[in-house]
Each structure stands twice: as C-alpha cells, then as structure tokens.
Design a protein around this ligand. Structure first.
Ligand code: HEM
Length: 136
C-alpha cells in the first residue's frame, strides 16, 4: 500500500481508473459552472484533453506516488486574474462532490486532505504576489 505521511489510504480504493473518473467528472462540472467555467474556457478554448491528462498524472503522482507528473502547478495559477477565495471555495466544493460520487467518503477525504492544503498554499502565494507586485 502506498503511503502518504499523515494520510491513511487503506480502504480508500484509490486507483488510476477512479482518478480518471474523478478528473473527467470534475472538469465536466467546472466547465458548466458559472463562476469557474469562464476562467478555464478563457485559457483552454476547446482543447481540454491535454489539461485533463496532466491532471490525471498530477493526482496519480500525489495519491499513488507514480511519479508521472513533473511540473510547477503554482506558476500556472499566479497569472490567473479574478481568482480569489470564492473561486477556490467553489473549486473545492465541486471537487469534493465529484470525489464522493466517484469513490465514497474515505476516498474523497484522502483527496480533500491534499486539495485543501494545495488550495491554501496557492491562495497564500497568490495573495503575496498581489501585495508585492514588483516581486513577480
Ligand atoms: C479557483 C481555483 C482554481 C482555478 C481557477 C484553477 C485554474 C487552472 C487553470 C486555468 C489551469 C491551466 C489550464 C491549462 O491551460 O492547461 C490550471 C492548471 C492546473 N491546476 Fe488549477 N486551478 C484552481 C485550483 C487548483 C487546485 C486547488 C489544484 C490542486 C489541488 C490545481 C491544480 C492544477 C494543476 C496540477 C494544473 C496543471 C499544471 C500543469 O500543466 O503542469 N488547481 N488550473
């Protein structure tokens, strides 16, 4: 069993098939969401597949230690305008809703544990950039 410090993955049933369902289901909702849809649409136009594949690699690396993702996700978010606490709240809400429906409560908590921490660190970094625009 893969281990992540501080998270018990036993009984969560996480595998790459469920990760694919989670990522596809989540972005399906994001695209239709009034608050988040336009932010992604503005960036990606119609070509979502490369983003979805990177997100699957990202979550597979994080949750299953497969090492498939290498990137600097924070960088992608620093340039997004109009993204604040409400957008993050909605992102987390849709992500959790999708995770619960794909894999149930224990599965969803394992993902939310990571997602909440990353969302917080992105927000701190994004707020820091706004306060110190010259340091970008
Ligand atoms: C309001 C919240 C968020 C918004 C609006 C947002 C938006 C975006 C956008 C527009 C992209 C670029 C898509 C592209 O052009 O390829 C992106 C990439 C990405 N996001 Fe987010 N994001 C949010 C939160 C998060 C969170 C909480 C996580 C992690 C838990 C995350 C992980 C990633 C990753 C891994 C990438 C891909 C980076 C790469 O290509 O290497 N995002 N996001």
């Amino acid at each position: 069993m893969t281990t992540i410090p501080g998270i018990d993955l036993s009984g969560t049933g996480i595998d790459d098939v469920k990760i694919e369902h989670l990522v596809r289901g989540f972005y399906h909702k994001v695209r239709r969401d009034n608050r988040l849809g336009p932010i992604f649409e503005g960036r990606r136009g119609e070509d979502w597949e490369p983003h979805l594949l990177r997100m699957m690699d990202f979550w597979s690396s994080l949750m299953l230690s497969t090492g498939r993702y290498s990137g600097t996700p924070l960088q992608m978010h620093l340039g997004l305008g109009n993204v604040g606490p409400l957008e993050f709240e909605r992102w987390l809400e849709l992500f959790e809703e999708t995770a619960v429906s794909v894999g149930g409560g224990a599965f969803a908590s394992a993902f939310m544990n990571k997602a909440n921490r990353i969302a917080r660190s992105f927000q701190v970094a994004m707020a820091g950039i706004e306060l110190n625009p010259g340091r970008r």
